[in-house]
Write a protein that binds this ligand. Structure first.
Ligand code: B1M
Length: 210
């Protein structure tokens, strides 16, 4: 009998082979795809919390995400077959003028781990491109990343453009130079210091259990 607790542990430990074979086993035994997905998102929730607490670091988080990604390749056809949908859509990007994307990619990865469909606009994203993506994809959350003090003001320009377009989408910001005070000052809806906290924050917005 496939053990979903073992699957959670395998993803958390970044054990790709075990995660994939336990997923195959669980599907063969008729375990509901949603329950299998929940076991994996729960693992990524723990990974995020441990990363935020400083108990693990970027490599461990990447390894766990890779294990989930591989097991998801096995699970995805069954999820689609069972009509299981992502809980929401989020748009993310690094603001205009800024080419740093490692942190932004980690946030996108953790959001995917929380079963959120992520539209990643990449780097150097103009305010208008964010507005267009919100119009097209109707996300629940938009994430803005900036790593340079010189591109921080572009976050405000982007938020102003989104609000001027009439959007009330929740806006989360983050990046090394960003502070909670700055987030408040430019009227962002949320600030996350790291990728784990960004996943916890989006779960709070969506009222999704960890
Ligand atoms: Co650049 N760079 N860089 N750089 N770079 C910094 C940021 C810098 C602090 C280095 C330094 O001088 N000590 C400095 C900024 C100084 C400042 O503004 N005060 C700097 C500079 C000056 C520059 C250039 C101007 C250098 C030059 O050309 N003269 C130039 C700018 C280019 C541009 O963007 N227009 C530049 C270029 C580059 C590279 C292209 C070479 C490369 C980026 C490669 C890439 O991203 N694909 C690079 C790198 C690698 C860095 C450092 C070394 C590492 C950044 C990183 O990836 N950290 C960085 C120094 C440093 O941070 N120690 C530096 C790891 C990553 C996991 O952390 O991105 O902070 P981080 O993400 C965290 C959190 O911040 C948070 O979660 C992540 C995971 O926990 N987070 C969010 C991030 N986004 C979030 C969004 C959220 C929530 C949380 O919600 C949506």
């Amino acid at each position: 009998m496939a053990d979903l607790e073992q699957l959670t542990a395998a993803v958390e430990a970044g054990n790709r082979k075990t995660a994939t074979s336990l997923t195959t086993e669980a599907l063969a035994e008729g375990v509901a795809p949603q329950a299998i997905l929940d076991a994996m998102t729960s693992a990524m929730g723990s990974v995020g919390a441990r990363f935020s607490a400083g108990d693990i670091f970027v490599p461990e988080m990447l390894i766990a995400a890779r294990a989930m990604k591989e097991a998801m390749l096995v699970l995805e056809p069954s999820l689609v077959g069972a009509g299981v949908q992502p809980v929401a859509t989020a748009v993310i990007g690094t603001v205009e003028g800024d080419l740093h994307d490692i942190g932004k990619n980690l946030v996108a990865m953790m959001w995917k781990g929380a079963n959120i469909a992520v539209v990643d606009l990449g780097v150097n994203v103009s305010p208008q491109a964010f507005v267009d993506a919100v119009t097209e994809h109707k996300p629940v959350v938009v994430g803005l990343s900036a790593l340079l003090t010189t591109t921080m003001p572009m976050m405000k320009t982007t938020i102003d453009a989104l609000r001027a377009s009439g959007s009330s989408v929740k806006i989360v910001i983050g990046g090394a130079p960003i502070t909670p005070e700055y987030a408040e000052q430019i009227h962002a809806d949320g600030y996350a210091p790291d990728a784990g906290s960004a996943a916890a924050l989006i779960r709070d917005f969506l009222e999704v259990p960890a």
